[in-house]
Design a protein around this ligand. Structure first.
Ligand code: GLU
Length: 263
């Protein structure tokens, strides 16, 4: 595992389970800790691009749903409720460290439509120039169909390519990719993946988490998009956001590193 100290522009992706309690309410302590680490990494000279889920889940709790709704209008309404709640939190908490944030809600046509793609790239570039932290989620209100960003892993990889980032880091509730069921004794963490083969994809097959829509498979697919674009990718546990420091300051972070491919 290298020390990623030289990576300057870094996309950090967190899922709903990294931000919210099983009740759907925001886990304030965990989310604050994460924002603090990201603010500190920015202070150290990194450019942070923050991809965050949690809108539907936080919105569902706030909207009085007992569990995450399945019908599309309710999901969209929850996303709308939760997104403003999340941005209020991020804006205030990053603000405590004198960092400004901007909200970008994207749909998949940023990939297929060249004009829209360029518009988004221009916005990102200007935000970097202004020293503002871009905070990205899928635009669930406009588009929530299966073929759009139903989960944010793919979105984070696309954001990494649009921003020409140096590193993509996906936080999740396991430490990385295991060679078996992570909950079973004897399964071992795979620290490095040279290339994403069909064997790796088979290992990743499994259910998504209860709060979010992604799972290991969507993370591997995201890692594939990013590494093929020449971007190193890391999957790391979300227990303690301070683990992120180890990625940049040490060479022993417990995680899986998917090596960038030559373009
Ligand atoms: N855009 C969704 C949300 O914020 C992402 C869902 C997910 O990745 O779990 O709620």
């Amino acid at each position: 595992m290298p020390n990623f100290a030289d990576k300057k522009r870094v996309v950090i992706k967190v899922g709903s389970s990294s931000l919210a309690y099983p009740t759907g309410n925001l886990n304030i302590r965990k989310s604050r800790e994460l924002v603090e680490v990201l603010a500190d990494l920015k202070n150290s000279g990194k450019e942070i691009v923050f991809v965050t889920s949690g809108a539907q889940c936080v919105g569902a709790a706030k909207g009085g749903f007992r569990e995450k709704p399945r019908d599309i209008p309710s999901k969209q309404a929850c996303a709308a409720i939760g997104q403003s709640e999340l941005m209020k939190f991020y804006s205030e908490t990053f603000g405590e460290y004198n960092h400004f944030v901007a909200q970008l809600l994207l749909t998949r046509d940023v990939v297929s439509n060249p004009t829209r793609r360029q518009n988004v790239i221009n916005t990102f570039n200007k935000l970097f120039e202004l020293n503002v932290i871009p905070i990205i989620n899928a635009n669930d209100v406009v588009s929530i169909k299966q073929l759009d960003f139903d989960e944010n892993d793919t979105l984070s990889a696309i954001v990494a390519t649009l921003t020409e980032s140096d590193l993509l880091v996906m936080l999740t509730d396991v430490d990385g990719l295991y060679d078996g069921d992570p909950s079973e004794e004897g399964s071992k963490l795979i620290p490095e993946v040279e290339r994403i083969t069909t064997d790796i994809i088979t290992l990743a097959q499994g259910a998504g988490s209860a709060l979010g829509s992604g799972g290991m498979l969507t993370k591997i697919e995201a890692a594939q998009i990013a590494t093929e674009a020449g971007i190193d990718t890391v999957i790391i546990g979300n227990r303690d956001p301070r683990l992120l420091y180890r990625l940049f300051e040490a060479d022993d972070a417990r995680c899986t590193w998917f090596k960038a491919q030559d373009k």
